[in-house]
Design a protein. Structure first.
Length: 186
């Protein structure tokens, strides 16, 4: 019986869990000191992957410090993987696009904060719920705060890109509940 329980727990690992249904709005704000992949510059764009969902920003031509300020939307369900994959590419016309680095965002801290939202009603807006610090286990370039703002959970991030000589990305995650969850229906 113990072995069966362990198997069930392992199956649940790697998924968002029971109360995690909603929409994740990802604002890709800007990049800094991105790697050169063409002669003197790059034509960067960002790709987000969450499970089988893929979303892309537009290409910014000849810029190592691009400002996208673009919002991409991904759906979250109980079977969604707990991490958001972020990849930066250089758009090439006549060959395959070049990789410019990647990162991964653990969505569990944001999901856990969303679960606390009911007890936060009446809390002043812009209340910091949690602070995540850079470590070898994450891609954070500086502290990342999860805040309760006007009823929403928001996380600002500055990511240090991996597998590349340089580059950072500024992003904002915003979790939005779907109405069925708010009404108690699934």
């Amino acid at each position: 019986l113990e072995g069966e329980e362990e198997e069930e727990e392992e199956e649940e690992e790697g998924k968002m869990g029971d109360l995690a249904t909603g929409v994740l709005k990802v604002r890709v704000v800007k990049g800094r000191s991105l790697a050169v992949r063409d002669i003197r510059s790059s034509d960067p764009y960002v790709v987000l992957k969450l499970g089988n969902q893929v979303a892309k920003t537009r290409v910014i031509n000849s810029n190592l410090n691009p400002v996208w300020d673009e919002e991409l939307t991904l759906n979250i369900s109980s079977t969604t993987p707990p991490s958001l994959k972020v990849e930066v590419f250089d758009k090439d016309t006549f060959s395959a696009d070049d990789e410019m680095g990647n990162a991964e965002i653990d969505l569990q801290p944001l999901a856990a904060s969303v679960r606390m939202r009911k007890v936060l009603k009446g809390t002043p807006s812009a209340t910091q719920i949690r602070k995540l610090v850079p470590s070898r286990e994450n891609y954070l370039a500086k502290d990342s705060c999860i805040c309760y703002v006007d009823g929403d959970m928001i996380q600002d991030l500055c990511l240090r890109l991996g597998n590349v000589e340089s580059g950072e990305l500024d992003m904002r995650l915003k979790w939005i509940d779907v109405p069925a969850v708010l009404d108690g229906r699934k």
